[in-house]
Structure formats: C-alpha cells, structure tokens
Design a protein around this ligand. Structure first.
Ligand SMILES: *[C@@H]1O[C@H](CO)[C@@H](O)[C@H](O)[C@H]1NC(C)=O
Ligand SMILES: *[C@@H]1O[C@H](CO)[C@@H](O)[C@H](O)[C@H]1NC(C)=O
Ligand SMILES: *[C@@H]1O[C@H](CO)[C@@H](O)[C@H](O)[C@H]1NC(C)=O
Length: 389
C-alpha cells in the first residue's frame, strides 16, 4: 500500500515536472476562479481603514469613483484591475458593512499593515490589522459563511457569500511588506537589518502556510516595490536643496539607493520563501510577481511612457521641507494652504507621494497580468496551474 502510494506520487511528480510555462500559457483552459481573497496594506486596501477609523477625504477617488471610497489613490488600485480582468466585481473590504457583497471574495488588506506586529497605535500611523490578523479574519469569514450556507438554505444571505467549495478555487493575492521595510529603514543602525528582514519573511511564510492549511491553493504574491522611489522620501521634497547627497546615495532616478536595497533584500528572501513553499506544497500553485521591477521600469521610463518626472506628486503640498498630505488643510508660513490635486492625475505616477495614481496602476497591471514579471511566467488567468514547475 505504502509502496503503491509512493509509486503514484513519483509518477505524478514526473508529470508535473514535465509541465512547462509555455504549456501552461498555451493551455486553452484558464482557471475556474470563483473568488479572490486579498491580503495587504494601503496598496490594496479597498476600504478597510476608512470603514474602521476615519473616512477618506477628497480628492481621493476623484478620477474613477468621483468620491473618496477608501482607496489611497485617485482611482482604481492594482487589485481592482485584477478583479476586473478576471471578470469579478471590485472587492469589498471585509469589515465594511455598508453596501457590500462578498459573493466573489473579500479584501482583508488594511492601510499601514505590516507582516510583523509593530509597537504603534493607529494614531501613530499604525494599524491593528497585521497580516496575522488578516488571515485570522479570513478564517472567521470562511467558517461563518460556511455555517450560514449550511443552516440557511433559503436565506437571502446566500447570495452575498461564497459557496464553501469556492475557497479552494479562489485566487489568493498578497501585497504586503512595504511598511515592515519602512520600519526597518527607520531603525537602520539600531538593529541587524538582515536578521530583521529574514524574520519578516519568516512571518510571511507562516501566514501563507496557515492559509494553505485551511484550503488556499493558488497564491499570487507581489514582492515589494522600490520604496526608495516614493517621492515623499526623496531629498528633493525634504529641504535637501542646499545639501548635495554623497555619491551613490541616489540612483539616476533620484531614488534613495539604500532604501531600495532593503526592498531588494526582502524580495530576494521572499522569492526563496516561495521556492521553498512550492517544494513543500505540491498541490499549491505559488506565483512570485516582481512588482519592484515593474514599478522601477515605469519610474525609469516615466517621460517615454507619457508621465511627468517620477518625483512629482499630484496631490499634496511638499515643498521646502513642509509636508501637507493630500486633502489636508494647514498653515504654512502664516498662509492657509489646501493640499489639493494636480490638474491631470493621469500624467503623474505618484498620487500623494506614497501611493500610485490610477494611471500608474493601470500601466503596472498591464505588465503583470500576462505573467511577464512572474515566476513562473504564467498569466494570472492560468495562475492556478503552475504546479511544481
Ligand atoms: C515592540 O516592543 C517590544 C518591547 O519593548 C520589543 O521587544 C519588540 O521588539 C518591539 N517590536 C517591534 C516590531 O519593534
Ligand atoms: C527649508 O529651507 C528653507 C530655505 O533654506 C527655509 O526657508 C524653510 O523654513 C525650511 N523648512 C523647514 C521645514 O525647516
Ligand atoms: C505582456 O504585456 C506587455 C505589455 O502589454 C508586453 O510588453 C509583453 O511583451 C507581454 N509579455 C508576454 C509574455 O506576453
């Protein structure tokens, strides 16, 4: 018996190993995705923090939604474009109770979220919704919707929630880690950054394993973007006009090299994590998506791609070392200033100095959907099929 099982497993592994990326791309059968469950920070928060704490202010949302909708952009986020590409409605935030449907998934992402628990309150720019809490919320969501489904066969609840067998046929997407890297950047010199980054990735791995244990099978994992290219971090917005940074501090795009190096180290370790988990879970499809390179390519070719300089910020007041974030009012040098938006957000990469515009998000998503920045290079529509390549 044991031998037969082993033999079968061996034959199966031969079949799987012989599958190549090209076969998957050419395979006529896209995945039969039933839902999307997303985990992340403000890069993919579609309303969690706005529902939990303070609503977002204008002009957030002005381009696409024509009102603030809890997204840190003028319009759609990458996760929104992914949902639309797969034929789903936009994802509702899990804790948003107004006008939401979870029939095709839920979004657990929350702005400011980190993989590791931080010692910061919401008022210090933190959030209680760490990656661990997000997976815990997912567990509750799965258990409780399952109960409703079984108990209330005719209940009107059923139209609002996924079916129990949708969970194994769902796409699980991840975009988290940037805030952990930012915290590590703030503590450079006071701790061993390499050990910290390894620990962050360990925590990431643990959550992916927890989700696998409760039935998740297709993982689409974004790595971390070039944090040193976020305009608010650039010396040009931080009263560094009289201060010439030492050679090597900035790259040719004005991005802070050592900050990007932290993201690169995280990404390298994250990719190793994915490779390890792939070997461990033969029944799971894990795709590593190189957002860093995609975003960096856009930043490096901003003008050629029809955008203004990548350091420019569409919404907010960031001059002479003063920072007034998008949508806020404040007194600067005795003058009241409203930090409003630029005339044409579609020409900007950065919406508010930290988050990307809808135009940039669209550019990025158009590059990643077909798999050209993924390992293995499979389109998202076929991402469930990258078993043990
Ligand atoms: C939070 O504070 C505790 C106690 O001071 C410390 O041990 C821990 O490392 C801190 N965590 C982070 C992420 O800074
Ligand atoms: C930044 O530098 C300018 C010119 O040196 C100065 O007027 C301004 O007050 C500085 N801003 C801050 C926030 O210190
Ligand atoms: C994916 O799409 C991008 C942008 O449209 C294109 O440049 C690239 O060649 C495509 N890659 C593949 C593998 O089809």
């Amino acid at each position: 018996m044991g031998f037969l099982v082993q033999l079968l497993a061996f034959i199966l592994s031969l079949l799987l190993v012989s599958m190549r990326a090209e076969d998957i791309i050419n395979s006529p059968q896209p995945c039969d995705f039933r839902a999307i469950f997303n985990f992340g920070d403000s890069n993919s928060d579609t309303g969690c923090m706005a529902a939990a704490f303070y609503p977002e202010v204008s002009p957030y949302g002005e381009t696409f939604f024509h009102q603030p909708v809890g997204r840190a952009s003028d319009g759609r986020l990458i996760i929104d474009f992914i949902a639309q590409h797969l034929g789903f409605p936009l994802l509702s935030a899990y804790i948003n109770s107004i006008g939401t449907s979870y029939r095709h998934g839920a979004n657990f992402a929350a702005g400011s979220s980190t993989i590791r628990r931080q010692n910061r309150t919401v008022f210090e720019g933190g959030t209680p919704f760490t990656f661990e809490i997000q997976t815990e919320q997912f567990n509750q969501f799965k258990q409780r919707t399952g109960k409703f489904f079984n108990q209330a066969r005719k209940s009107s609840f059923r139209g609002h929630f996924p079916r129990p067998d949708d969970f194994a046929k769902a796409l699980y997407t991840f975009d988290i880690g940037q805030n952990d890297i930012a915290a590590a950047i703030n503590r450079v010199g006071t701790e061993d950054s390499h050990a910290v980054i390894s620990d962050i990735v360990e925590h990431f791995s643990k959550q992916v394993q927890n989700l696998h244990e409760v039935g998740a099978r297709t993982f689409w994992i974004h790595n971390s973007g070039p944090i040193g290219c976020l305009p608010v971090a650039m010396p040009v917005h931080n009263n560094a006009t009289n201060h010439t940074p030492e050679a090597g501090y900035l790259d040719q795009n004005g991005c802070v090299n050592y900050e990007n190096d932290m993201a690169r180290e995280f990404n390298k370790k994250l990719k190793n994590m994915v490779v390890k988990l792939r070997a461990k879970f033969l029944d799971a499809s894990l795709i590593y998506v190189d957002m860093f390179s995609t975003k960096y390519e856009l930043i490096s070719n901003a003008n050629k791609e029809g955008f203004v300089e990548p350091s420019e910020i569409c919404c907010g007041y960031h001059k002479d070392g003063y920072h007034l974030y998008c949508g806020n009012k404040g007194m600067i040098n005795g003058k009241e200033i409203l930090a409003g938006s630029c005339e044409d957000p579609s020409k900007y990469i950065s919406w508010d100095g930290v988050h990307y515009t809808e135009a940039a998000n669209r550019w990025i998503v158009n590059r990643i959907l077909n798999g050209s920045f993924s390992d293995p290079p499979v389109p998202i529509t076929h991402s469930c099929r990258a078993l043990k390549l």
